[in-house]
Design a protein. Sequence first.
Length: 288
Amino acid sequence: MSTVIVGKKKVGNEHPCFFVAEIGINHNGSLETAKKLIDAAFEAGCDAVKFQKRTVEVVYTAEDLAKPRDNPFGPTNGHLKRGLEFGEKEYAEIDRYVKEKGLLWFASPWDEQSVDFLHRFDPPCYKIASASLTDDGLLRHIRSKGKPVMLSTGMSTMEEIEHAVKVLGKQDLVLLHTVATYPANNEELNLKMIRTFQERFPNVLIGYSGHEKGVSPSVMAAVLGACVIERHITLDRTSWGSDQAASLEPKGLELMVRDIRTWEVSRGDGVKRVLDTEIPVKKKLRRK
């Protein structure tokens, strides 16, 4: 497989790297913050922004929701989970705002109801979070919508990944190498898995979803052949929230996109030739 069409964007090894800025839940329940993060993704040159969608009462048990947990929304885990969820009104405004910027947006649905909710907005693709990789029912429901799928592979064995690929099928699939620690240390990243996936799944596009603190490993992932790069983004890495420390601030996002675009311009085709611009130098400096 050489190309997957996401919206009107061509994604694949023969095309520019596709950048996904994951807002996730870093908006902390604020639509205003979400818009600022969309702005940051646009200004950095990203192709898409991504959110997370859960039907709280389906994903979490009543016992989980009742657990004490101090947070900005109340004293329990349920207050937190509900406070972080956007509904139809918020997503309608996100849909309008993102399209106004000329970006794409999609989300990781954690349950079948969330898939159906998102489908009303006609997303260009769906993302499957690492935590959902073994949920065959969810995978099949997502695939039934007829959209491209990006699958994160954190905290998963190769056997589990192979099974998920079998359930989803290889058509219009992008497999993302992921390490599910937040943030991930450099020695945990195992970037050679990008090459391993390319060899094991030659008919599937391979990308990278990074949770490291810095920029350079994501650039290295692109050099190794990742055609999709996804990074969490935040306005401030010290902000409240579980994903903030594993995210890039706007300047870091801008630098990552810049450096990968530099790689794309610089890598060439591997064919040795004498450039026209080298000829005057050759005449001047070569003695024999």
